[in-house]
Design a protein around this ligand. Structure first.
Ligand SMILES: Cc1ncc(COP(=O)(O)O)c(C=O)c1O
Length: 418
């Protein structure tokens, strides 16, 4: 609504978004508890209440990442802010970085590492597949990188790369292991310490049931050492800290993890102004996950993901990719020949308020992506999506078995006794 007076300011009504069921690759609907946390009153950034919340957030994310790393905190910004902070702080221009890439977000790691001045070596798996540990070890031996950067769950292809053995390979060859777990954390098993990762970053908008805008991060002591050697405290707050010349110093001020750690750690040195409301949200996301229990959350995502998969198969549709390595929280569905995938998505959204996704690059227009994650990994959300999906497919001329989607999903729930 626009109330425009001639020559006067342009005024709009308050935001009043329609009800949507977000069943795409993320963002998903935020848990109402997170929305309530977002509306809590602000406090100052050095108020003991605020620094207390910061400390609690660190404790909570250590449990979420399954790590004892002291350096576990938040980067303000969306998930790619966390990726960029990790890579720009770990990579010195000229360092060799190996990226085993199996989708769009592997390509993003290459792009960011290149911008950090790395000599990037990418190996590619066909979209819809993942790497074996042997393939990764062979590339490590050939490239001898300083950092191996890999996505755990690449939402663009729905594949989940097993990481269990990669940490051991990296340790053996003296390589730092970084992973982007934005899309998989909370919905698929992840063990930072047991699997030997040095750096990990995430986001809130997938299995953590929050909005995008905060990037939880954790660094091993080895990674902190590298960051500290390149970090430089800025003028104005510098005490007797040494000053590094530009080539040695981390190229970004905002993403200098050493300075961010000095803000989160006992020095409490001023850096950015912490995004208070997003910190409340991130803290609540972790609280929800830790209360539920990590194993229980992963099992919930496994169950509802399996129900959605059985549902799309019950509609006679073909899932995409290697199902043995599918992320629990998302399924790719091949768009039947002759069907306009975007028109189906548009109708789902406009007529039924249900959002599903398409994909990128070679998969754009070839697959839909349906998520069951975070707050939406629930029976009613799965059954509602399958019900309206069947209706819209029919409208668009796809011949689907009546009730086949809901029946397929319900068979999975019945088997699980839920
Ligand atoms: C695996 C993965 N990494 C990174 C991102 C980028 O996240 P953001 O848009 O929050 O920066 C996404 C977003 O979908 C993702 O799925």
């Amino acid at each position: 609504m626009t109330g425009r007076h001639p020559g006067g300011p342009e005024v709009f009504g308050p935001v009043d978004p329609p009800a949507r069921l977000l069943m795409g690759p993320g963002p998903v609907n935020a848990d109402p508890r997170v929305l309530r946390a977002l509306s809590a009153p602000l406090v100052g950034q050095f108020d003991p209440v605020m620094t207390g919340y910061m400390n609690e957030t660190m404790v909570l994310y250590r449990q979420v990442f399954r790590t004892g790393n002291e350096a576990t905190f938040l980067v303000d910004g969306t998930s790619r802010a966390g990726i960029e902070a990790a890579l720009v702080s770990l990579i010195t221009p000229g360092d060799r970085v190996l990226v085993p890439s199996f989708g769009r977000f592997g390509q993003l790691l290459c792009e960011i590492a290149e911008r950090c001045g790395a000599e990037v070596h990418a190996i590619e798996a066909p979209w819809g597949e993942v790497f074996t540990p042997d393939q990764i070890e062979a590339a490590v031996v050939a490239v001898r990188p300083k950092v191996l950067a890999i996505v755990q769950g690449d939402t663009s292809t729905t594949m989940c790369q097993p990481l269990e053995e990669i940490g051991g390979i990296c340790r053996q060859h003296g390589v730092l292991l970084y992973s982007d777990v934005t899309a998989s954390l909370g919905g698929n098993a992840f063990e930072m310490d047991a699997w030997g990762l040095d750096a990990v970053t995430a986001g809130l908008q997938k299995c953590l049931s929050g909005p995008s805008g905060s990037a939880p991060i954790s660094l091993s002591d080895r990674a902190v050492e590298i960051v500290r050697a390149r970090s430089s405290v800025e003028a104005g707050i510098r005490g007797d800290d040494r000053v590094l010349p530009p080539p040695a110093r981390i190229r970004s001020n905002y993403f200098d993890l050493g300075m961010i750690l000095d803000y989160w750690g006992p020095r409490r040195l001023n850096h950015h102004t912490e995004a208070t409301s997003m910190l409340y949200a991130a803290r609540e996301c972790a609280r929800i996950l830790v209360e539920e229990g990590l194993e229980a959350a992963v099992e919930r995502h496994r169950l509802h993901g399996a129900a959605m998969l059985a549902g799309v198969q019950g509609l006679g549709l073909e899932p995409f990719g290697d199902l043995g390595h599918k992320m629990h929280n998302i399924v790719g569905v091949q768009i039947p020949d002759g069907i306009d995938g975007d028109a189906v998505r548009g109708e789902l959204l406009e007529s039924f308020g249900v959002e599903i996704g398409t994909s990128f690059g070679p998969l754009h227009g070839r697959i839909w992506r349906i998520g069951t994650m975070g707050y939406n990994a629930r029976t009613d959300a799965v059954l509602e999506t399958l019900t309206v999906f069947e209706r819209v497919l029919r409208i668009h001329g796809v011949s689907v078995p009546a009730g086949g989607g809901v029946e397929g999903a319900q068979a999975v729930y019945a088997c699980a006794g839920t």
